[in-house]
Design a binder for this molecule. Structure first.
Ligand SMILES: [Fe+2]
Length: 356
C-alpha cells in the first residue's frame, strides 16, 4: 500500500490569519487566483490580502477564472503573472480556481513555457508553490494533485498529467456562510459521491478507506441540515468532510457516478455535485452488502431505504431527461475500464440498473 498526501492542512476557524506568517514565507510576491465572486463574497480574499500585507509581502490578483477553466484562461493568467514576476500562487474559491492555480504554477516554473507543456506528460511536474483555500465543500482540490481544464479543441474537460499538490490547504468553514444554499447542497453531495466512489474503487485500501469512513462520519452528523436549514456547525463539518473526501480520491480517483455525470453537466447544465449524486442510490444499491453497510453506518443511515428517502428529498426538484440518461449510459457502457474499476461486478445490465 502507498499513501501519498504531501499537503499540510490547517483546518480551523480563521486559519488564514492564524498562519499569515507561514503563508507569506513562501515568496516575495504572490499571484492570487480567483473566480469572479465567491473569493470576495466569502471574505477569503480579504483575509489573504490582510495576511500578506501584515508581512509586507506583495501580491497581484487574477480574478477571471471561469467555471471549468479553459487552457486559454490559464495561459492569460500565466502571461499576466509572468510580467508581475510572482514566485508563489494562492488559489481561492471552488474547484475551478484551485485547479487553475496548479496549472498556472506549473507554467510559471518553466522557462519558455508553451500551452502544449500543460499536457506534455514527459515534463517533470515541478511548479511554483501553491496554497489552496476552498470556499465550497465539494472539490477536495486543496488536497489533491489534480487539475482539470477545459480543452475547447476536444470539446471536453481533461486532467493535466502532472500531479501538483498544494503546499498548504487552509480549510475554514466560515467561508461557506455567504454561499447560496443550492451551491452548498450540490458541493456537499459531490463530497459524498467522492467518498462512496472512493470506497467502492478497486484501488481502495485501508488508508483511503479510513479517510472515507471518518469523512462520512463528519458528513453524516450534519447531513440533516442540507434538508432542514444550514447552521454554523454544518459549515465546518461539510468543509472538513470535503477535505477527507479529497484525501481519499487523491489515492483512488472517482468511479461510475462521476463518469455518468459529465454528460448531465455538459448537455443539461446540471451542477456537478447533483449530477454525480443522481446515480449514488443505484451505485450503492448494487455494491457488495457488507461495503454498503459500512458506508451507511458511517454516514448515520439505518438502512438503504433511509438513504434512498434522503436522496429523494435532495433531488425533489431535479428532473433528468430520458435521452440524457440514455446518452450517459451509452458513453459509460462502452468504457470497459470504468466498469472494471469498481470493487463489485458491473456489466451493462448492472449499469442499466444504476442509470434508469
Ligand atoms: Fe466531483
Amino acid at each position: 500500500m502507498t499513501f501519498y498526501m504531501p499537503v499540510k492542512v490547517y483546518d480551523e476557524k480563521n486559519c488564514v490569519l492564524n498562519h499569515a506568517g507561514e503563508i507569506a514565507s513562501f515568496g516575495t510576491k504572490a499571484l492570487l487566483v480567483t473566480g469572479r465572486s465567491s473569493a470576495k463574497k466569502s471574505g477569503a480574499l480579504d483575509d489573504v490580502q490582510n495576511a500578506l500585507s501584515r508581512f509586507e509581502t506583495s501580491y497581484c490578483l487574477f480574478d477571471e477564472i471561469e467555471e471549468n477553466p479553459s487552457v486559454e484562461t490559464i495561459w492569460k493568467a500565466y502571461e499576466y503573472a509572468k510580467k508581475e514576476d510572482v514566485d508563489f500562487v494562492i488559489g481561492i474559491g471552488g474547484g475551478s480556481p484551485l485547479d487553475a492555480s496548479k496549472a498556472i504554477a506549473f507554467l510559471l516554473d518553466r522557462k519558455d513555457a508553451s500551452k502544449e507543456d500543460l499536457y506534455n506528460a514527459d515534463l517533470p511536474a515541478d511548479a511554483l508553490p501553491v496554497i489552496a483555500i476552498p470556499t465550497t465543500c465539494g472539490t477536495g482540490s486543496e488536497v489533491t494533485g489534480v487539475s482539470v481544464l477545459t480543452v475547447h479543441e476536444k470539446k471536453t474537460k481533461v486532467s493535466i498529467p502532472h500531479k501538483i499538490f498544494p503546499k498548504i490547504a487552509l480549510v475554514d468553514g466560515k467561508y461557506l456562510k455567504s454561499a447560496p444554499k443550492s451551491m452548498i447542497v450540490s458541493t456537499a453531495i459531490d463530497a459524498l459521491a467522492h467518498m462512496i466512489e472512493s470506497f467502492e474503487s478497486n484501488k481502495a485500501d485501508d488508508y483511503s478507506k479510513a479517510a472515507v469512513l471518518e469523512g462520512l462520519k463528519i458528513w453524516g452528523r450534519s447531513k440533516d441540515t442540507l434538508l432542514n436549514g444550514l447552521n454554523e456547525e454544518c459549515f465546518g463539518d461539510m468543509m472538513r468532510a470535503s477535505t477527507f473526501a479529497g484525501i481519499a480520491i487523491a489515492q483512488t480517483g472517482t468511479s461510475i457516478p462521476h463518469a455518468l455525470s459529465y454528460i448531465l453537466t455538459y448537455e443539461d447544465k446540471i451542477p456537478h455535485g447533483m449530477a454525480c449524486g443522481y446515480f449514488l442510490k443505484g451505485y450503492l444499491q448494487n455494491a457488495d452488502p457488507s461495503d454498503r453497510k459500512q458506508i451507511l453506518d458511517a454516514a448515520g443511515f439505518q438502512s438503504m431505504e433511509e438513504f434512498s428517502a434522503y436522496m429523494d428529498q435532495i433531488f425533489l426538484d431535479m428532473h433528468v431527461k430520458e435521452e440524457t440518461l440514455q446518452r450517459a449510459y451509452e458513453v459509460v457502457s462502452q468504457n470497459k475500464a470504468r466498469l472494471k474499476g469498481c470493487r463489485f461486478f458491473v456489466d451493462e445490465e448492472v449499469l442499466k440498473k444504476m442509470v434508469f
